[in-house]
Design a protein around this ligand. Structure first.
Ligand code: GTP
Length: 234
């Protein structure tokens, strides 16, 4: 089956990379996710990745910490995840480059938009670390921003839930899952797809978001083939 998207920004939840452990990295899981990424790359799709850092640290849970400093720690957590993903992709012979929004040149390239686009054209996966490089912004917003910058067709938000519900399915057994939503619905109803900054950015730039579960990494391949999966916001 032909891919329905040519350029994809894959937003991976850090927590999903911890699998059942809840903290840190489950390397079997990381490899499993990267195998699906490889499958998609082999189909000729350009893949950029933004990864969260919640498996190591959440800025907003920094207790009495200064929010900016707590967010800086969160950005460093995304770099750990980026490097782990890069390593797993290289083990699978997938060419990959890591670019960070905050310069750490001994570890990774710094973010240069045109260079990222060129890497993608050459069939390399590009992983964007450090979120947007700014405190008070989430990695979902980083995904929306980078997707707009590289002109991605879609954002795949691969997470711990299998789509968007009208209420929390863990609490309400009768929660209803949406197949399709508009950005205005998401913003007006306060649905927890992504934060409002990220959702607004996607709405203003016409970038659809497909939300699906990463428990089965093959969902990434399904999504690229346009098979029914999760919830699409457009
Ligand atoms: P082309 O320009 O398409 O040849 O891309 P390239 O990434 O292969 O070439 P380049 O010479 O820019 O990079 C070679 C290797 O060095 C790649 O693995 C890059 O990720 C890495 N690299 C480039 N710039 C930096 C940097 O500032 N810091 C670090 N740590 N690595 C870098």
């Amino acid at each position: 089956m032909e891919p329905v998207y040519k350029k994809v920004l894959l937003k991976l939840s850090g927590e999903a990379l911890a699998a059942g452990k809840g903290f840190g990295l489950d390397f079997d899981k990381v490899l499993e996710v990267c195998k699906s990424v490889k499958e998609v790359v082999d189909m000729g799709v350009e893949v950029a990745i933004v990864v969260g850092g919640g498996n190591f640290w959440r800025g907003r849970e920094g207790g009495g910490m200064d929010r900016t400093r707590a967010d800086h720690m969160g950005m460093l957590a995304t770099v750990i995840n980026s490097l782990a993903l890069a390593d797993a992709l290289e083990q699978l012979d997938v060419p990959v480059r890591v670019q960070t929004a905050i310069e750490m040149k001994e570890i990774a390239e710094k973010y240069i938009r045109n260079k990222a686009v060129r890497h993608l054209e050459k069939g390399r996966v590009v992983i964007f670390g450090c979120g947007t490089g700014n405190p008070f912004f989430t990695t979902d917003t980083a995904a929306a921003l980078r997707a707009a910058e590289i002109d991605a067709d879609v954002i795949f938000k691969a997470t711990n839930v299998d789509g968007v519900y009208d209420s929390d399915p863990k609490i309400n057994k009768n929660a209803k899952k949406f197949d399709e939503l508009s950005f205005i619905d998401v913003l007006n109803k306060g649905l927890h797809v992504m934060d409002s900054t990220a959702a607004s950015l996607c709405m203003d730039n016409n970038i659809p978001i497909l939300v699906f579960n990463l428990n089965d990494p093959n969902n990434i391949v399904k999504a690229v083939k346009g098979e029914k999966n999760g919830t699409i916001v457009k």
